[in-house]
Design a protein around this ligand. Sequence first.
Ligand code: ZN
Length: 185
Amino acid sequence: MTTFAIRQYGDPVLKQRTQEIEDIDAGVAKLVADMIETMYGAPGVGLAANQVGVQRRLFVYDIGQGAGPRAVINPRIAESSGEWTYEEGCLSVPGLSWPIVRADSVHLVGLDLEGNELSIEADTLEGRCFQHEIDHLDGVLILDRIPRQARKEAMRAMREAQEPNAEAARGAKAAAGAHGDDVAA
Ligand code: ZN
């Protein structure tokens, strides 16, 4: 098993729409196994293929309710309803989180690793995870879903986090809304 480096904000692969998978072959199975390992290592509750630099339409998830890890190939949201605001983080924008408005429940369709059709009704955390991962696969980041001012503060926090003056970075990060132990995907 191999783990990948998770691509961070600024990497162009995160802004690109991924390609549908036509053959679910051994390469896809290996990719899924390695992505699951990477997700658990992060740790995170979901991971999209382009977050590890692979331009293919699939994601893995485990929201930690004992069902174990799952992969969804060529996922699509067929229907969504309601509205729910929740503090959300992203493994590609580490250390920051924001309250994000999303649909409360979604109907996800796609394929499993055996090529069987999946149809999952999901709400709360699971539904949010699906929407977050599909955003990734469409080249959309959590930063595209927050107000302009919050985005500017986040950019500054990330820039300063890379500078040697760690104290200034911590201050900026707090201003931009640093998160503790909530979920990221
Ligand atoms: Zn993410």
